[in-house]
Design a protein around this ligand. Sequence first.
Ligand SMILES: [Zn+2]
Length: 429
Amino acid sequence: MSKNYTYDTQRAFDFLNSIGFVRMAGTAEELKAAEMIRDDMLAAGIDARIEDFTVQDVDVNTATLEVLEPYTASYTVTAYKGSGCADALEADFVYIEDAFEANLVDVKGKIVLVNGFLRLPLYKKIIEAGAIGFITMSGDMLDKMEESDLFTRTLRAPLRTLGLIPGANLRVCDAFDMVLRGASRVRLSVNTKLADRTSRNVVAVIPGTASDEEICFTAHYDSVEFSTGVYDNGAGSVILMELARWFAANPARRTLKFIWTGSEEIGLEGSKAYVRDHADELDKCRFMINVDVGGSVLGKELCSCTADETVTTFTDTFMKINGYAMKVDRDIYSSDNMPFADLDVPAASFFRVGAPGAGHIHDRNDIISLLSAKGLEKTILYVMDYADTLANAVVFPFERKVPADMHEKIDNYFYKKEQEEAKKKAEAK
Ligand SMILES: [Zn+2]
């Protein structure tokens, strides 16, 4: 190790435990967590503040689903936030699995059931095939009924540009029942009304001693429905708090900006708001470090560099020389690094992935008992060492640019082409 870093893994773990409540985008609980992070940083003498931004949620969101033929039953469903509305829409029903070509030949005018999560390419197929309603499924067939959480999904903005039809989500066990019993005609009602909410980033700036250049750090502190989000990503949040404390006491050559983002889970809204609201400072940002998921007792350390080969090679070499066990690759990572990399800020995302069966995200199994102070320690130490090396580099070793192959992946990730097409189509009408 190059330096004797000071940090307190028990303090980090205790704070993590204290924010271990559901912290969904734009809610009072998310605000509470933001205030706790800000206040803890202020108490440590770090100038942290809360920055508001607007996200979308719903004022009204209800749905019902009944099977009319060949049996009658009703299933509990949740409305897709921001989907189309329908009042007792009756139609034939068809299960189209993953919407392969042959699944789509006869769905015009029907309500369709699809497997799992609704990503843009899947929604596009459904719309283009002429379906008039959609149903997705969530959960696990092995869930006990009393532990089977029915998630409320959102039809995100890029999907909405393709056209609106009513949508609902139901438990996978109910989807199973419908398919097994051959449901063929259904009645679907959906009422959903979008509304603005305020979400927040917490931002702390630690001025550099000898350079105008900056490095940004992100970790999202929000969680999803039913999840205490300690592994994803209270852990990354407390890891950044330890880094902020170290650098406040040991200022680096470069200015360091710590950003605890809100609303990551509903589409990276916090980091998008940050790069939008701080556009005039962003040319000084040479690099960004994102920490998303950590603290698991059983797991492994990974890094994705959304950058060129020089970053990947340096990162891999750095970890090996210093004896940090980690696999480094060059790729995109679905988190707050993306809006930065989209604007040519090279990014490294660090994540401690739980061993199979020992790390759960986005459900009620993301719990503190799978994590430990020691589970946080490795990540704290190597991110601190890595960040310290870059923050104090005499000459910054990487270009401020993201190569074309990464941009192509980023554009695909944000569905830029599809959104452009949808926009053109709408304009032509
Ligand atoms: Zn996350």
